[in-house]
Design a protein around this ligand. Structure first.
Ligand code: G1P
Ligand code: ZN
Length: 542
């Protein structure tokens, strides 16, 4: 009864996975053969999927449903033994990572463009995760890309669409298809890691939370965990129903795109704790009553306090941050005598450290925090760890921050994004800067003297693989730093990211923009962003 068709095809240019898989405009993915070529190239790049078990799911954005049907038919046609898929094709990225691990699957395909908007004219993406539940490392994505360049056919099952609404196992062509509730396994994992009784008691004491799911995938997860299992007041989870275009918004948890939440948290009668997550549920934003916590600070606070949660009571083996993430966590690691690793941007670089037990906690400035419980960053996990810490310390978010800075000093931090700039202009800007790096040390710009300047290269301490050209890092005397790199997830032109930080051991109450003014001025003198891009202001400041 197997009805496999082999369709002739040709390589399609530009199917090169970036920071987190292949991300393009949705209409690009909807072109005939585009998705099929890439999916077949995944199968080819990983050495085939015959007899393998895969997890498949996505964040529910526009085209998620159609893409999943194609992937199921292609998995069946290429001999996969089994595919486990979230009901209606839904799985948050961390839940997919967990499912791969708890089911002992060989890998998984995750459909998402993370925090980018969704819709026919917005963004779509696909990535492959390994048996450890984490994003494919560079060697594997390179093999997938190589496969896209020589593909000449793909195999697909000629069958009606699979029913993904009914939970349970059934045959789909020659393959086994299991449809699972997307939340259950994930919620079970959270109950193991955190003291749900302590958090429940906190929530019953009158402590109010507001979780903004931003019309994205964490809605059902947050309703189940925060409201049903932990007893948060009904209505604590807002924008809880996932929609294919995220309610027309940017499902990006930062003060710009989660403005409603910021307004609520800084307004009259603000709740005690606010949080948001992104399109696919791996990012998080934390904000107390009148107290926004930068992701870099959040990572540092979690590193300093994780032992207060049962899952981390034994302490942390080490911490890791992406290179552009602020050095706030480094200071915690130093004080606590644990190793701290700086990796290139992208969660895949944490995988080996987590697998090898060299790091327990890791994070990125881009609102990603996670631990060795899965191999993706995890938005709700970060929220629950914060709540667990607050429940134990019986302090407000603002008080926790004040205490943290008093102990470790404050690292003022901000990221400036220049979006959709001309690719040639962006490449020339970064290229010219890289060519001058050797001359910079000792020179003074806007009053700041350069201590060191490098094009960041990372040697993985576990497998020795080298990732070069990962961004320009310039350190100034006195603990200031700027990092410049081009985004690997943008879908339009180039995005220049400028990461600014300044350490202050004693003065914690400055306006971050003012505290960073000297670093911003020095960066402008060094890189000439205004002259080269014609932009006088960044498009997004976070
Ligand atoms: C961005 C973030 C990075 C994150 C990635 C995927 O990548 O900066 O930290 O891992 O999205 O969520 P970028 O566009 O900077 O390459
Ligand atoms: Zn995401």
């Amino acid at each position: 009864m197997t009805d496999v068709e082999r369709i002739a095809t040709k390589p399609i240019a530009g199917q090169k996975p970036g920071t987190s898989g292949l991300r393009k405009k949705t209409r690009v993915f909807m072109q005939p053969g585009y998705l099929e070529n890439f999916v077949q190239s995944i199968w080819n790049g990983i050495g085939g999927i015959s007899g393998k078990t895969l997890v498949v799911g996505g964040d529910g954005r526009f085209f998620n449903d159609a893409a999943i049907q194609t992937i199921l038919k292609m998995a069946a046609a290429s001999g996969a033994a089994k595919v486990i898929v979230g009901q209606n094709g839904f799985l948050s990225t961390p839940a997919a990572s967990n499912l791969i691990r708890v089911r002992g699957a060989d890998g998984g395909v995750i459909l998402s463009a993370s925090h980018n908007p969704g819709g026919p004219d917005e963004d779509f993406g696909i990535k492959y995760n390994m048996a450890n539940g984490g994003p494919a490392p560079e060697g594997v994505t390179a093999a997938i890309f190589a496969a896209t360049e020589i593909i000449d056919s793909y195999d697909i099952l000629n069958a009606p669409d699979a029913d993904l609404a009914q939970i349970g196992s059934r045959a789909f062509g020659p393959m086994q298809l299991e449809v699972v509730d997307p939340v259950t396994d994930y919620a079970t994992l959270m109950e193991k890691l955190f003291d749900f009784n302590a958090i429940r008691a906190l929530l019953q004491s009158g402590f109010r939370v507001r979780f903004d799911a931003m019309h994205a995938i964490t809605g059902p997860y947050a309703l189940e965990i925060l409201e049903r299992r932990l007893g948060a007041a009904p209505g604590s989870v807002v924008n809880a129903v996932p929609s294919p275009d995220f309610g027309g918004g940017h499902p990006d948890p930062n003060p710009v795109w989660a403005k409603d939440l910021m307004d609520a948290m800084y307004g009259a009668d603000a709740p005690d704790f606010g949080a948001a997550s992104d399109g696919d549920g791996d990012r998080n934003m934390i904000v107390g009553k009148g107290a926004y916590v930068t992701p870099s600070d959040s990572l540092a606070v979690l590193a300093a306090n994780a032992h207060l949660a049962p899952g981390y009571a034994a302490g942390l083996k080490g911490v890791a941050r992406s290179m552009p993430t602020s050095c706030a966590v480094d200071r915690v690691a130093e004080a606590r005598g644990m190793p701290c690793f700086a990796t290139p941007t992208g969660w895949k670089f944490f995988g080996n450290l987590l697998d090898a037990g060299m790091a327990t906690l890791c994070g990125e400035e881009s609102a990603g925090t996670g631990s060795d419980h899965v191999r993706e960053k995890d938005g709700l996990w970060a929220v629950l760890l914060w709540l667990n810490i607050l429940a134990v310390k019986k302090q407000s978010v603002a008080a926790v921050m004040a205490e943290h800075w008093a102990e470790f000093g404050r690292t003022y931090y901000s990221r400036h994004d220049y979006e959709a700039i001309d690719s040639t202009v962006a490449n020339t800007l970064v290229g010219d800067l890289k060519a001058r790096l050797a001359d910079l040390p000792g020179q003074t710009f806007a009053g700041l003297t350069v201590e060191s300047a490098e094009d960041f290269s990372y040697t993985d301490p576990v497998d020795g693989s080298v990732s070069a050209g990962q961004g320009v890092q310039i350190r100034f005397e006195g603990g200031a730093r700027v990092v410049l790199r081009l985004s690997g997830t943008g879908t339009e032109g180039a995005t220049l990211r400028v990461y600014l930080e300044r350490f202050d051991p004693a003065d914690f109450s400055q306006d971050p923009r003012q505290a960073l003014a000297p670093v911003i001025a020095a960066t402008q003198e060094i890189a000439g962003i205004v002259e080269r891009t014609g932009r006088t202001e960044p498009d997004v400041i976070t």
